[in-house]
Design a binder for this molecule. Structure first.
Ligand code: 13P
Ligand code: SF4
Length: 305
């Protein structure tokens, strides 16, 4: 690590007894200074284990930092910029979920962790892309309201014998919507020896065209233990940065160069340094919302053990 700002951040981190958590989509310079890197589930689990730190710097998007707050309401959870929002999480407002619940009183409710806390408080449980199928199986209901990601919901419906009702009708991630079946076909021609892996936020037709469908953490573990050498990666571009840093000797190709989650890139080193100095901006939630949402978060963590 040669960057002066990176060194300054590491020094401040020690002085403040802080921990830096970062999602796999963070750019290289942020991945390098993180104490812990992971997918949404791994970050949730880590957030439930932070007992010895006074300050948490969360380099991810809003719903991830909110989940860390739900699990640690007495800790300072700081996000380097509050503008780092996940647009998909905001596609399911509280009133839309409440109306869907009213119309489907016999349905269980699973929300993707990529949702706002005001909606989470009305869910039976949460899921991430790593555990969605397991969580859906854990509910006794035959009918499940699932949101906001319609594609992850279709992925679950494809694997288990339950009725999945998407709420809203077309919740999606704008980054994973960029991938098309034609991109998969093109990469197959270009790299005939490569295995093609995509994220379940992709359209179901893209999922079916790929060889494997996994969360970002799942991709890292799978590639690290696979005998294969070449992979096409169908998710946000910096997932390749993470795998390259940790699994040497593999050839990784992006399914699409332009698959960039813009808000994930807002946490510059300058902003991270400032957030450590100022211990701000803090992520907080009203106590009743945090308390009610915690039940759903905890259910998911228990099912994932
Ligand atoms: P993962 O949990 O697989 O990292 O996915 C989070 C996300 O937002 C993907 O776009
Ligand atoms: Fe949200 Fe998509 Fe970015 Fe993931 S990649 S954080 S779902 S906008």
């Amino acid at each position: 690590m040669s960057n002066t700002l990176q060194k300054e951040i590491l020094k401040l981190k020690e002085e403040k007894n802080a921990i830096i958590l970062a999602h796999n989509y963070q750019p290289k310079e942020v991945q390098e200074i993180a104490d812990f890197l992971g997918d949404s589930l791994e970050l949730c689990i880590k957030a439930s284990e932070i007992d010895d730190k006074d300050l948490v710097i969360f380099c991810g998007v809003d719903f991830m930092a909110e989940t860390a707050f739900i699990l640690n309401p007495d800790k300072k959870i700081v996000i380097p910029t509050l503008e780092a929002e996940c647009p998909m999480a905001h596609m399911l407002p509280e009133d839309v979920l409440l109306k869907a619940k009213e119309e489907n009183p016999d349905a269980g409710v699973i929300l993707y962790v990529n949702s706002i806390a005001e909606a989470k408080q009305h869910a039976d449980t949460l899921c991430t892309s790593a555990n969605a199928v397991k969580v859906a199986q854990s509910l006794p209901h035959d009918k499940i309201l699932f949101g906001p990601d319609k594609n992850l919901g279709t992925h679950v419906a494809d694997k288990i014998d339950k009725v999945i009702i998407p709420v809203p009708k077309d919740g999606h991630c704008y980054v994973h919507r960029l991938f098309h079946v034609e991109d998969v076909e093109l990469k197959r021609e270009q790299y005939p020896n490569a295995e093609i892996i995509c994220h379940p936020e992709c359209d179901i037709k893209v999922q079916k065209a790929c060889d494997k469908v996994m969360s970002t953490g799942g991709m890292l573990k799978y590639i690290a233990t696979s005998d294969k050498e070449e992979f096409v990666i169908g998710t946000e571009i910096d997932m390749i940065t993470r795998i390259n840093a940790e699994v040497p000797g593999k050839k990784l190709y992006p399914l699409l160069e332009g698959a960039i989650c813009e808000t994930m890139k807002l946490h510059t080193l300058e902003k991270i340094r400032d957030s450590l100095v100022n211990e701000a901006p803090q992520v907080t939630l009203p106590k009743d919302v945090a308390d009610k949402s915690k039940k759903a978060v905890q259910h998911m963590l228990d099912v994932s053990k």
